[in-house]
Structure formats: structure tokens, C-alpha cells
Design a protein around this ligand. Structure first.
Ligand code: ZN
Length: 186
């Protein structure tokens, strides 16, 4: 059984108090998708994965915590709302906002996952998530040598789901070659 409750949190950026949803225990069954997406009840908790200030647009796992850099980036967020998020459900926008904060503060891996979460929400609304997945795939590329096998496999899945099939096949072949070389080198 999944239990939800609400907590009152003060925004670390602007001091506004707000009620934020949280979940306690979550029961789960079934397996995750290729891109890590969990089934059933865990999916239903997504609305409580991030807290969102109703006043200043700051988004974080815990609204009461913000570095000066994170708080500063929020000023730029209006531009995402203006264009990139048009027609998106509020929950997807929340994940996009946090992805933006993470990407601009050098937390690239977090940004990749937040974009993926936004894509899951769009999937649930039967909306096209290709451009969001493409952004996440591009962020994996920006990691360069810091991209491990896990995120490179995730990039393949992001490309596949954004219908970039030629790139998917080329990169899958490259990854396979590298894996084989690393086995033969041992
Ligand atoms: Zn705030």
C-alpha cells in the first residue's frame, strides 16, 4: 500500500510556506522498463518526487534547501516556461524546471534523470516526448568520457524512443565493439 501525506515546507529561496505532498511506504510489484521506469504504484508517487514553490518557481527534492547557485538559476526559468514547456502537464514542467536547474549547475546526471521523468509524464498523457528524450540523450553525450555504460545504454534507449534509429544502431554497434575489445584485452 502507498501512503501519502503532506508537509509544510518553507522555500529556501523566497521563504514562502507551502504544503507539499510526500509518500511514506510504497508497495511494488513487477519489473522496470528498459529506461528504468518502474511499474504500478511507484509510478503513482511521481507527483511527490519533487517539491515546487508556488511563488518563485524553485523546484527541489527538498524545497527548504537551495545553494546560492541553484537559487540564482531560477531567475532564468521564465524562458523555459515561455517556449519549451508549452502544452505540457504541470508535473512534466516541474521535472523540466529541476532538470534546467541541475543542468545549469553542473549536475548533468541528475538533469538527465529529471528529463527522463518528464518524458514518462508526457507518455502517460499520450503526448510526444521525443524532444525531451532528445535533450536527455544530448546531455549524456555532453558527459563525454564521464559517461559510463549505464548512461550510454540509457542514451541508446532515449534515441530509440525518440525514433533516431540510425544513430541508435550506430552507437549500439560502437558500444558493443568497445565491450568486446575490453573483454579480449583482459
Ligand atoms: Zn520560493
Amino acid at each position: 500500500m502507498t501512503t501519502f501525506f503532506s508537509v509544510t515546507v518553507s522555500c529556501a529561496r523566497c521563504g514562502t510556506m507551502s504544503e507539499q505532498g510526500q509518500f511514506g511506504s510504497v508497495s511494488s510489484s513487477g519489473y522496470a522498463d528498459l529506461d528504468g521506469r518502474r511499474p504500478g504504484r511507484i509510478r503513482a508517487t511521481m507527483s511527490a518526487w519533487l517539491q515546487e514553490c508556488p511563488d518563485c518557481l524553485y523546484v527541489a527534492q527538498d524545497l527548504s534547501i537551495a545553494t546560492a547557485e541553484e537559487a540564482g538559476i531560477v531567475k532564468e526559468i521564465g524562458f523555459i516556461e515561455a517556449g519549451l514547456c508549452e502544452g505540457m502537464p504541470d508535473l512534466a514542467i516541474r521535472f523540466m524546471r529541476r532538470a534546467y536547474i541541475d543542468a545549469r549547475t553542473g549536475q548533468t546526471r541528475h538533469a538527465i534523470w529529471r528529463l527522463l521523468h518528464a518524458a514518462w509524464v508526457l507518455d502517460d498523457f499520450d503526448l510526444d516526448a521525443s524532444s525531451v528524450r532528445r535533450q536527455a540523450a544530448d546531455l549524456v553525450l555532453s558527459l563525454g568520457d564521464r559517461a559510463d555504460a549505464e548512461v550510454r545504454l540509457l542514451r541508446l534507449d532515449l534515441l530509440r524512443r525518440s525514433r533516431a534509429f540510425t544513430e541508435t544502431i550506430a552507437e549500439a554497434n560502437q558500444l558493443l565493439k568497445e565491450q568486446l575489445y575490453s573483454i579480449f584485452d583482459k
